[in-house]
Ligand binder design. Structure first.
Ligand SMILES: Cc1cc2nc3c(=O)[nH]c(=O)nc-3n(C[C@H](O)[C@H](O)[C@H](O)COP(=O)(O)O)c2cc1C
Ligand SMILES: [Fe+2]
Ligand SMILES: [Fe+2]
Length: 446
């Protein structure tokens, strides 16, 4: 994560050094503005920075703090918190998501508010330990929340929605029943820094909203749909996410947009009932190109498989990422150049972190001169991305003969059979599996 010092930026925003901002009766924004940030988590560009939104809810029996901020911004957070509450009034600290951009001020807040009870999602305890690294055994206490659980501030109730994998396993949302406010964590958030704070007052942030979804939530579409089932029935006056504008003007539009973004692609085109194979290739002298055509011809001979062929030299990567998400199988053809596959193949393969590849079938083929590393290297990468590689790669030395082109056709038809369940890979399931849960190895946190 890179960050330019905020000191380089003109001090224009009144909220930058100001007080808490009331977003509803007795509910305050106590977050921080990071207008100088230009890239977030290494993968997101942030053209006008971001915000770390934290909130405080006051009830008859005390105060609940919901999320904190990135450590560098703790000063802003505590100043705003102190402007509306005393530390000994804080009854609850609710963490909807443990990523450091929201838990940076947590250890200090726990020290300053000793009466507060920590509430985290039921998937979060192992992660909390890894985050706080308490010396010795559990010397801190917390409660875990699940969907339907509630805490009370006397006249005000905070309910919880278990929404795992949006975008970490630990994520949850909380809901202030009496005010109909959803504290949604990163869900419905975006990296957009504007001290006017509210969606009806800030600049046009639609691009930022969709961009955030595309990079952060998109790999978890099935989980987004599960979460929407919990969120959509709620009466909603306001959505208070942890990044970007507070959504008080027609908040439901943003919920609808999430549904739209999570379901587009399901109604994919004519031929949606077919299994879809995409063949990508590059070729300097035409040998790998001829193999690619033969692979396609072989695959097309299998009923129920729709085949698309693309020369990576002629395409932008972004639209391919959409195609890949909808596909059941991918085949990459690359010649070996200097002991490697060619760069556009790696560029494409490294752009796929935003889609779920689990269960998709992968295959590789290509022409080579003497050492032929490209094919096995692509296969290894596909396995690393949790794809299945049921048909061993096909390599042809220099210019393919008729016999070798027949082998390429056979390779294509075996690939297609693996996709339809007719090949020697009886567990081939294609698209359904491909839309399953993204694999993230959190074993080291257990
Ligand atoms: C710059 C260059 C580097 C190459 N390096 C390798 C190599 O490291 N190993 C190998 O097996 N073939 C190598 N080759 C040979 C190509 O893989 C071979 O010419 C292949 O048939 C090209 O396929 P295409 O017609 O699909 O481009 C190299 C070719 C070029 C032009
Ligand atoms: Fe996050
Ligand atoms: Fe975040």
């Amino acid at each position: 994560m890179t960050m330019r010092p905020t000191g380089n930026m003109p001090e224009t925003a009144p909220t930058q050094s100001g007080d808490a901002v009331e977003i509803a009766d007795g509910v305050h924004w106590i977050g921080a503005l990071d207008s100088a940030l230009r890239s977030f988590d290494m993968i997101l560009r942030t053209a006008n920075g971001t915000t770390y939104n934290a909130y405080a809810v006051r009830g008859a029996h005390g105060v609940a703090v919901i999320d904190t901020v990135k450590a560098e911004f703790s000063g802003d957070f505590f100043r705003r918190l102190e402007s509306i509450a005393d530390y000994d009034e804080i009854r609850f600290i609710v963490l909807n998501h443990l990523e450091p951009d929201h838990t940076g001020a947590l250890p200090e807040l726990m020290r300053r508010a000793p009466n507060a009870r920590l509430i985290i999602s039921k998937r979060a305890p192992a992660m909390l330990k890894a985050l706080l690294k308490p010396p010795g055994d559990d010397n801190f206490d917390y409660d875990v929340a699940d969907t339907g659980d509630e805490i009370s501030l006397g006249d005000r109730t905070l309910g919880f929605l278990h929404t795992p994998f949006l975008h970490w396993p630990d994520t949850q949302c909380s809901y202030l029943v009496e005010e109909q406010i959803l504290f949604s964590g990163d869900v419905f958030g975006c990296h957009y820094c504007d001290d006017r704070l509210f969606n009806d007052r800030v600049g046009d942030f639609r691009f930022s909203f969709d961009y955030y979804y595309a990079h952060i939530m998109r790999p978890f579409k099935p989980h987004v749909l599960d979460a929407l089932k919990l969120i959509e029935p709620l009466p909603l006056k306001l959505i208070a996410p942890t990044h970007g504008p507070i959504l008080r003007d027609r908040p439901r539009r943003y919920v609808a947009r999430y549904r739209e973004l999570s379901t587009s692609g399901d109604c994919f085109e004519p031929g949606a009932e077919h299994r879809s194979l995409i063949v990508f290739y590059l070729s300097a002298y035409g040998s790998t190109a001829r193999m690619a055509e033969a692979v396609c011809a072989g695959a097309e001979s299998v009923p129920g498989v729709r085949v698309s062929l693309y020369d990576l030299e002629g395409g932008e990567i972004d639209p391919f990422v959409d195609l890949i998400e909808a596909a059941d199988a991918l085949a990459f053809g690359s010649p070996t150049v200097n002991g490697d596959a060619v760069k556009p193949v790696w560029d494409l393969l490294s752009s796929l972190a935003v889609v779920s590849l689990r269960g998709k079938i992968g295959a590789a083929f290509g022409s080579f001169g003497w050492s032929g590393e490209a094919v096995p290297m692509i296969e290894d990468r596909m396995r690393g991305l949790k794809m299945r590689v049921p048909v061993p790669g096909l390599r042809v030395k220099l210019i393919p003969t008729d016999d070798e082109l027949a082998q390429a056709r056979d390779f294509g038809s075996r690939l297609a059979l693996a996709m339809t369940g007719g090949g020697h890979s009886p567990d081939a399931r294609g698209g359904d599996a491909a839309r399953g849960e993204r694999v993230i190895d959190f074993a080291d946190l257990k």
